[in-house]
Write a protein that binds this ligand. Structure first.
Ligand SMILES: Cc1cc2nc3c(=O)[nH]c(=O)nc-3n(C[C@H](O)[C@H](O)[C@H](O)COP(=O)(O)OP(=O)(O)OC[C@H]3O[C@@H](n4cnc5c(N)ncnc54)[C@H](O)[C@@H]3O)c2cc1C
Length: 306
């Protein structure tokens, strides 16, 4: 119930205005978002690198409905990539892009071209790009853009969501030589016609999908904070004789940071997803929806202000 309400609110403009202007929001945001500027993002990446952690930078924003906005987001990524190159961080930090932020809902070819400009900037800096996956109505067009981009930039990463029935098949299609695939559970509100609804079914699907990726020829990116999933990933990596050079673990900025460091100090490759920018609303609401304790934290800080 609470999850559904929060995910519905994540796309409601009135609630968005209220939350964005509430005095409490900044404190809660700071836990999950590295800051608003590119300098904040670089500082977060440097701090992670000092602890042996890689990063993927997300310039916050989604569901763009204006061409100018899509172009501004593209420019923000190109600028961030130039900073990564200049600051010698490109071997540790890549970027994650939501196609809806670069115009997917307006014109998918425009989103592809904007994403290609970001990929060209990543190539110049010496790093990579991963295409985030959004709600199921965008899956086919996101995979189409992925195929288009991989023609020139074979290292572009995909994201697949275990909660969708289709994903085991998508994993089989994408488990090819050199193919970077991030597997996550999925963060959107999806109907029973396309997605598993119970946590148990999603977890079982995750394990089936990860088994396909680990057995394949690609580079699996295990995006989960779930201790059981992390353990199973470790066992699958051993079974398929994978080393830290051919798979990695990924977690979100501010979530289970001690586990991120533990995995890295055990010699695993760990990448932290680092969001930054002013448009944090949709991202924050999905993080609150994932864990009731985060809502309690939000409400407690609201009351301490009152
Ligand atoms: C690197 C990365 C990239 C992602 N990219 C995408 C994407 O492109 N598309 C997409 O739909 N989803 C994406 N997600 C989100 C993902 O789909 C899940 O919604 C999210 O990771 C929670 O699932 P979980 O596997 O951590 O397991 P869960 O079962 O949700 O959580 C397991 C445990 O992790 C901890 N935890 C999980 N979430 C939180 C939280 N918000 N706050 C505090 N603790 C928490 C808790 O201890 C919890 O018990 C991404 C996740 C990661 C880590």
């Amino acid at each position: 119930m609470l999850r559904t309400a929060l995910l519905t609110a994540s796309r409601n403009r009135t609630v968005r205005r209220f939350v964005e202007t509430a005095p409490v929001s900044r404190d809660v945001v700071r836990r999950f978002v590295a800051g608003t500027t590119v300098d904040d993002a670089m500082a977060a990446c440097r701090a992670l690198a000092a602890r042996g952690l890689n990063a993927t930078l997300d310039h916050l924003g989604e569901d763009t409905t204006e061409v100018g906005h899509a172009e501004a987001t593209t420019k923000a990524y190109v600028t961030a990539l130039a900073h990564l190159g200049d600051e010698g961080l490109a071997d540790r930090v890549e970027v994650s892009v939501k196609l809806s932020a670069v115009g997917q809902a307006l014109d998918v070819a425009m989103a592809r071209d904007n994403a290609a400009a970001i990929c060209a900037a990543a190539a110049a800096a010496g790093t990579t790009v991963t295409l985030d996956m959004e709600d199921h109505t965008t899956t086919d067009s996101t995979l189409w853009v992925l195929r288009e981009l991989r023609g020139d930039f074979p290292w572009v990463g995909a994201v697949l969501q275990a909660y969708l029935y289709r994903t085991e098949g998508d994993c089989k299609d994408l488990a090819t030589e050199g193919s970077r695939v991030r597997l996550c559970k999925g963060a959107y509100k999806e109907p029973p016609s396309v997605a598993y609804q119970s946590a148990l079914d999603v977890d079982r699907s995750y394990v089936r999908c990860l088994s396909v990726l680990m057995a394949g020829q690609g580079y699996p990116m295990v995006a989960s904070h779930d201790p059981r999933i992390v353990d199973i990933a470790g066992a699958l990596a051993v079974r398929h004789k994978r080393t830290p050079a051919d798979h990695e673990y990924q977690m979100l900025y501010g979530i289970r940071p001690e586990e991120q460091r533990r995995l890295a100090s055990d010699g695993e490759t760990v990448r932290v997803y680092v969001p930054y920018g002013a448009e944090w609303y949709g991202y924050l609401m999905r993080r609150l929806a994932e864990r009731p304790a985060n809502v309690t934290f939000f409400l407690r800080s609201l009351m301490s202000r009152g």
